[in-house]
Design a protein around this ligand. Structure first.
Ligand code: ATP
Ligand code: MG
Ligand code: MG
Ligand code: MG
Length: 339
């Protein structure tokens, strides 16, 4: 009998379109003799579209509205063997959908509530990384209510870190809402932007100079494996949304052009981060590498990385000997594995 998969895509976050693109690739690649796949797109308003409407949304690239209430939609998830929540950002990658599926007793691909929530929130993840002894840049946290009531206290945290620094919504991805702040005159606008996305914001010291960017794929449950290390290069101030998603703006190098001992160190750190956050299934762990000093910093861990056929995560596994369709089939297996 074929495994019945419910593929969830879209969602309410700023990464709605990114998710739809990933879902199209998965839909095309899953071996049809093994799997029966139904896609349900979640609109930007959080409602679940029916199968027909979902296919329309996949071809148009987005679903602004439409669909039924989430709980009604989710009740149909019980008709499937596995759910693949190919959702990025809040209300999808952050443990909320994972909680719903856990309550429903429905196996799903990827990390559970704990790993998803802890990894999504950059402030929480940094605290966990620190406890695990992983090297990272200095940072500070701020709440929207603090920014409203005592903006000078928040500005002082930025001064403490020095410039340039990065201001980010704590729970988001695809660089949405992130600013590189070069001097104090740019700080307020960056904070206002980040707080328009999240009540929690992180301020991060920039690495000493523009870093090289390394990424590792992790695959597995309690005995995870690390892929070869990949590298991204681009001609931009930082790896922002346009650089990420405009064809030809960023180049992928697999394997990364780094000494073997750096690659090994990064793979080890990635596994440590994955275990520390209690992840499952998959994750892409991102690092900064400073060639001059030979230092590596962990940046973040993404529990549901971009998943088109040309995205870094599947490419890393392809280079490690697992084709795109084998990778998806393995993720489904891991979702069904008793732990
Ligand atoms: P993703 O799409 O991978 O989920 P994200 O939205 O979670 O990304 P980050 O990875 O935290 O965002 O940051 C985006 C980019 O900003 C990084 O890839 C890097 O180019 C730059 N950047 C972020 N923080 C720093 C830092 N502390 N020092 C130097 N560059 C940074
Ligand atoms: Mg991220
Ligand atoms: Mg992400
Ligand atoms: Mg990133």
């Amino acid at each position: 009998m074929k495994t019945r998969i419910l593929l969830l895509a879209g969602g309410q976050s700023g990464e709605h379109e990114v998710s739809i693109n990933s879902a199209k690739s998965v839909l095309e690649a899953l071996p049809k003799d093994q799997f029966e796949i139904t896609t349900r797109v979640i609109s930007k308003q959080g409602r679940w579209l029916g199968a027909g409407e979902s296919l329309q949304a996949l071809s148009s690239g987005a679903a602004e509205s439409g669909g039924e209430l989430m709980l009604a939609g989710a009740s149909s998830a019980g008709e499937f063997d596995v759910v693949f929540p190919l959702l990025h950002g809040p209300m999808g990658e952050d443990g909320t959908v994972q909680g719903l599926l856990t309550l429903g007793g429905i196996p799903f691909v990827g990390s559970g509530v704990l790993g998803s929530a802890a990894a999504m929130d950059k402030i929480m993840a940094k605290q966990v990384f620190a406890a695990a002894g992983l090297p990272q840049v200095p940072y500070a946290a701020a709440l929207r209510s603090e920014w409203r009531a005592a903006p000078d206290a928040v500005r002082a945290r930025a001064e403490g870190l020095g410039y340039p620094l990065f201001v980010k919504p704590a729970n988001l991805g695809s660089s949405v809402g992130i600013s590189k702040v070069r001097h104090p005159g740019e700080l307020d606008a960056a904070l206002n932007l980040a707080f328009s996305y999240d009540r929690r914001v992180i301020l991060e010291a920039m690495t000493q100079g523009k870093p090289r960017e390394l990424e590792v794929g992790i695959l597995g449950n309690d005995a995870p494996r690390a892929s070869v290390v990949g590298e991204l290069s681009f001609d931009a101030e930082f790896y922002d949304y346009d650089t990420k998603y405009t064809e030809g703006r960023a180049q992928m190098h697999i394997p990364a052009r780094v000494p073997a001992e750096i690659a090994e160190q990064v793979r080890e750190y990635a596994l440590t981060a994955y275990r520390a956050l209690d992840c499952a299934g998959l994750a892409r762990v991102d690092f900064f590498y400073l060639e001059d000093s030979g230092t590596v910093f962990i940046n973040e861990l993404n529990t549901m990385p971009g998943f088109t056929t040309t995205s870094m995560y599947p490419k890393l596994w392809e280079a490690s000997g697992l084709s795109y369709s084998e990778l998806v089939a393995r993720l489904v297996e891991l979702a069904l594995e008793a732990r």
